[in-house]
Design a protein around this ligand. Structure first.
Ligand SMILES: C[S@@+](CC[C@H](N)C(=O)[O-])C[C@H]1O[C@@H](n2cnc3c(N)ncnc32)[C@H](O)[C@@H]1O
Length: 260
């Protein structure tokens, strides 16, 4: 019985993701590839701690660019910097006053130089990684973009749900595995599991990383650190649970076929 909520959550997540309805969602007419639960949480994060910048790697046509710019308008503070390898922004996003678009590979020296110039050292930022999903690229981004995140702010890695966490079980190491490796390298970030538990559903499981210190000097309440669970245990449990859900769904199909 105690396993059931987790199974229901993962079955819903799988159903929602596999239907690809998130590829048809828009924000004021511009495609945005997020599930509605995550933007609500981003809004909470921004209102709790309004940052000077929202930086996102991976823009597509700029629905999320526009979404964050609209939120910052309501808050009355901050700029949005979106980076994409292609210049495909919808004009509504590109021309928005708070928006700065940057075109190029998010881990290239040229792009990181541009960011160094745009973002003063003392400023605060919410950083989201939602571009190339390969483990190597995400890890490079984590290493490069951590510098923009101040203690208390978030660095969110999207798409940690793929490779069986719980969707797309066979794609191989991707963002989730990059996060696991990054957390082996640093004690400055922890997984804030409260963000994924709160609404039961996120495209960034174990991807809501919160900065708790700088170069190992503790600056944030330890309970947050304790709340973050071991990545290895979580990964294993997610995989087991995914297999159980898949087996249950296959069993259901078999029973239906027999009944015909
Ligand atoms: C999933 S889409 C981003 C969706 C967007 N964040 C949203 O919420 O609507 C991924 C984007 O990453 C971009 N991308 C892929 N590799 C990249 C790279 N190396 N550097 C920057 N952007 C990249 C792609 O061009 C694509 O537009």
């Amino acid at each position: 019985m105690t396993e059931q909520p987790g199974m229901v959550r993962e079955a819903f997540h799988t159903l929602w993701y596999d239907s690809e309805c998130w590829k048809q969602t828009t924000w004021f007419g511009v495609p945005i590839q997020k599930n509605p639960f995550d933007p609500l949480q981003y809004q909470e994060v921004l209102v709790e701690q309004p940052p000077d910048f929202v930086i996102e790697c991976g823009a597509l046509h700029g629905g999320a660019t526009l979404y964050f710019a609209n939120l910052l308008d309501l808050i009355g503070h901050g700029r949005v910097i979106f980076i994409d390898i292609y210049d495909n922004w919808h004009d509504a996003a590109r021309r928005y006053p708070r928006v700065q678009t940057v075109v190029g590979d998010s881990t290239s020296v040229e792009i990181l130089d541009i960011l160094e110039r745009l973002v003063p050292v003392s400023s605060t930022a919410l950083v989201l990684l939602d571009s190339d999903r390969t483990e190597a690229h995400v890890l490079r981004q984590l290493r490069a973009f951590q510098r923009f995140v101040q203690v208390g702010n978030y660095l969110v890695v999207e798409d940690t749900n793929i490779n069986g966490h719980p969707v797309l079980g066979t794609v191989g190491p991707e963002p989730y595995e990059a996060v696991a490796e990054f957390l082996q390298e640093t004690k400055d970030f922890v997984v804030d599991s409260s963000r994924e538990e709160k609404l039961h559903f996120t495209f960034a499981p174990s991807g809501w990383l919160r900065r708790v210190s700088r170069e190992g000097n503790d600056e944030y309440p330890r309970e947050l650190v304790v709340r973050s669970r071991s990545m290895a245990t979580r990964g294993w449990r997610a995989l087991e649970s995914y297999r159980r859900v898949r087996a249950a769904i296959r069993g259901l199909y078999r029973t239906q076929r027999r009944g015909k």
